[in-house]
Design a protein around this ligand. Structure first.
Ligand SMILES: [Zn+2]
Ligand SMILES: [Zn+2]
Length: 348
């Protein structure tokens, strides 16, 4: 086993602290990755603080991982030592169910194995994520990261990128479609950039107009404040697709009213409490309300290649390991444009 430095949450209420963890010995299909950068996702914070249910501590989170291959198992064929690679939100799945066979590992009928806070079927241990110096992952869940994408910024594509790319593709965002992005944060700013690159006409719906310049710079054609009731009148029945990235309670009736006939509102934000849906808003215009979770491995690779082709990167702020707890407070205060990335050298 390999001992590596990491930052772990000791409990739901204490700050993350420096520690060491064990990575398993390389199996024949495993890849050892020296981590270069790890993104901070809002899900990391929800998980360590127990917002989504009790977890086992200590827990190392982080599911936006980029680095280089330093060792490969005897049967590995997809990756070589020195390759620049990434790992996202899952590290394994059954590989045999109809979802896995269709390349939708995120919807594995046995449940995919999450990068952290999952149970590793190999040995029953709790998986530990990317706030660490290195990680061991089955080659099938390791992505190629194109060299043209700045390694210091690319990590958030592994969660925020694919989480928004997948529904935009599934619901055919492109030339001639009107897309609204609700929430201009880590997920939302990626949704804007990707939807624009797909050719859609993109509107940002943010709480205030504070981020309007950013929205327009990333290619949106409009930015509206949702704290202004006039927004909902002006934009009624406008959008073919709404991507809701907000993980808090919103007025579903108001947002569904912004959909055109047969439009779809997709939740990628995950509020802990149920949302109330006035069903008439769906029925009277044949609208749909849907959900979407990350994307399959093949689609994640497609997203990385798409972002390389279109020069799409997240907006990031680099922090050291010692700054993780401060960064968490700033994420909770929406004081980041738009994603923190940890320099893994500082775990040393
Ligand atoms: Zn995430
Ligand atoms: Zn499966």
């Amino acid at each position: 086993m390999l001992t590596v430095n990491a930052y772990a949450a000791p409990s739901a209420t204490e700050p993350l602290v420096k520690t060491t963890i064990q990575r398993r010995d390389l199996g024949p299909k495993d890849v050892l990755i020296e981590i270069a950068y790890a993104g901070i996702c809002h899900s990391d914070i929800h998980t360590v603080r127990g917002d989504w249910g009790p977890i086992t501590y200590p827990q190392v989170v982080g599911h936006e991982i980029v680095g280089h291959v330093t060792e490969v198992g005897s049967d590995v064929t997809k990756h070589r030592v020195g390759d620049r690679v990434g790992v996202g939100c899952m590290v394994n799945s059954c590989g045999e169910c109809e979802q896995c066979l269709a390349g939708q590992e995120q919807y594995c009928l046995e449940g995919n194995i999450q990068t952290y806070n999952g149970v590793d079927p190999a040995d029953g241990t709790i998986t530990q994520g990317g706030y660490a110096q290195a990680v061991v992952v089955d080659e099938g869940f390791v992505l190629r990261v194109p060299e043209s994408l700045d390694i210091e910024k690319v990590a958030p594509l592994l969660c925020a990128g694919i989480t928004t790319y997948s529904p935009l593709r599934r619901w055919n965002a492109g030339p001639g479609t009107k897309v609204a992005v609700v929430g201009m944060g880590g997920l939302g700013h990626m949704a804007v950039k990707i939807a624009v690159a797909l050719g859609a006409d993109v509107t940002v719906l943010s709480q205030t107009t504070a981020k309007r310049e950013d929205s327009l710079r990333y290619g949106a054609t409009a930015h509206y404040a949702t704290n202004d009731a006039a927004t909902f009148d002006e934009l009624a029945s406008t959008f073919d697709l709404i991507i809701n990235t907000v993980s808090a309670k919103i007025d579903m009736g108001a947002y569904l009213g912004l959909l055109a006939v047969k439009g779809t509102l997709v939740n990628v934000g995950a509020p802990a409490d149920p949302l109330e849906v006035p069903v008439f808003q769906l029925i009277m215009a044949g609208r749909s309300w849907a959900g979407s979770a990350i994307g399959g491995i093949a689609e994640t690779q497609e997203m990385l290649d798409f972002c390389a082709e279109h020069g799409i990167l997240p907006e990031t702020e680099l922090v050291s390991a010692e700054q993780i707890n401060d960064a968490y407070e700033r994420v909770l205060a929406s004081d980041v444009r738009y994603r923190f990335v940890i320099d893994a050298k500082t775990f040393a």
